[in-house]
Design a protein around this ligand. Structure first.
Ligand code: GLA
Length: 388
């Protein structure tokens, strides 16, 4: 954990509000495999990482709420009786959205001060927005002794994302943020929220993220459109197979029988979801059996599906995955998160990490005129209070 940053937050909070705050650390997440399956009631395989949003909170007697986003050097005051959605893309929507959600749930929120900062790269597919939402709900739950359980916190954050940030996201990010465990990934069934913690032990391999520095902006991206296309496909399937609980549960043979009744785009989206859902289960077995070569091959397959069928990749992500494919030390690579930019996740033999990084740095810069960033994945725990 970035203790230096946490200490800086604590000191700056004291300078701003003359109070000792309640401190919360809320992690970013990776997803090993299982992209866009969460809102189709399928399986996902996320894990929380050692990068955080840190939030500092206290009660206020100023007559309004004050929020300071330290990294952006912005302060925003608002009245609890007049909460309005802000411009798309603004960090304020995450805070306002969860405060509105808490009040809707009947939590007696009073005026408070909040400051936050973090080391989760923004727009990189590491779910900084869910980390911020959960940090604020978790902190306010504590500050006002609201007694919300984890699932209630998750629901409030997801609703804020839907209603205030305009992203019709699934549950993976907010759920994993509160349930993550050190050195384990969560094999999560989004149909009923049951999960199994799976040890991520990678022998001589390591996970590394590579940031394209192409920023995704999910709210005005076709993310919501993908969800609608899946719903369309499922409606048709359900009409013919009423027993089907979700798109993720459909068989390819069932989809194929209805191929002529749907557009090619809807067919491709559905095919991707069904295949990806099987891949998550296969990847979990591969990890259980320590078959990292098979696990890696599934990552490559996942990327191909996201690129060709689900169409949420971009040329920069594809470029990084192509280089990875030609590198003997890399056994798996794919785009991670919602898509349209952000990071790839790579499984690399330790001996080849440096050469691979050098090659990526050089070729990516030469091709796109952009730098890359590399993050070695360190799987750590869920959102928590930091005792001072
Ligand atoms: C974003 C959403 C998640 C999930 C992923 C794609 O991170 O917030 O709910 O849909 O994209 O797997």
């Amino acid at each position: 954990m970035n203790i230096e940053l946490l200490n800086k937050l604590s000191v700056e909070f004291y300078n701003l509000f003359n109070q000792k705050p309640l401190l919360i650390a809320s992690p970013g997440r990776i997803n090993l495999i299982g992209e866009h399956t969460d809102y189709n009631q399928g399986f996902v395989f996320p894990a929380t990482i050692d990068k955080h949003i840190f939030a500092a909170l206290s009660l206020s007697d100023a007559g309004f709420c004050r929020v300071t986003a330290l990294d952006m050097n912005e302060t925003y005051d608002f009245d609890l009786n007049n909460i309005q959605k802000k411009e798309p893309g603004s960090w304020k929507n995450y805070v306002l959205g969860v405060v509105a959600g808490l009040m809707d749930k009947g939590v007696d929120i009073q005026n408070f001060n909040l400051a936050f900062c973090g080391d989760i790269p923004l727009g990189a597919g590491l779910s900084s927005s869910a980390a911020l939402e959960n940090a604020v709900v978790f902190g306010l739950n504590e500050l006002f002794d609201a007694g919300l359980n984890k699932m209630e916190i998750v629901e409030i954050s997801v609703k804020a994302e839907h209603d205030f940030a305009d992203v019709q996201c699934g549950i993976m990010d907010q759920f994993s943020n509160l349930h993550g465990m050190a050195d384990q990934a969560l094999f999560l069934n989004c149909a009923d929220m049951s999960f199994k913690a799976v040890p991520v032990s990678l022998q001589n391999y390591q996970l590394m993220l590579i940031n394209t520095h192409v920023k995704h902006q999910l709210s005005d991206s076709p993310y919501n459109q993908r969800k609608l296309q899946c719903m369309q496909g499922f409606e048709l399937l359900k009409g013919n197979y009423p027993e089907l609980p979700s798109l993720s549960d459909a068989r390819i043979s069932q989809l194929n029988r209805l191929k002529d009744e749907m557009s090619e785009v809807v067919y491709n989206r559905c095919l991707y979801v069904i295949e990806e859902n099987s891949r998550v289960k296969a990847a979990k077995n591969a990890l259980d059996n320590q078959n990292l070569i098979l696990f890696g091959a599934l990552l490559f397959e996942s990327h191909a599906g996201l690129r060709d069928l689900y169409e949420v990749s971009c040329q920069e992500l594809d470029f990084l995955v192509e280089i990875a494919k030609n590198e003997p030390a890399v056994v798996g690579s794919r785009m991670m998160g919602g898509g349209f930019g952000g990071c790839t996740i790579n499984l690399i033999h330790q001996d080849g990490v440096n050469d691979f990084m050098m090659k990526i740095r050089r070729d990516y810069q030469n091709t796109f005129g952009l730098s890359t960033s590399f993050y070695k994945v360190n799987i750590s725990g869920a959102t928590k209070i930091i005792e001072q």
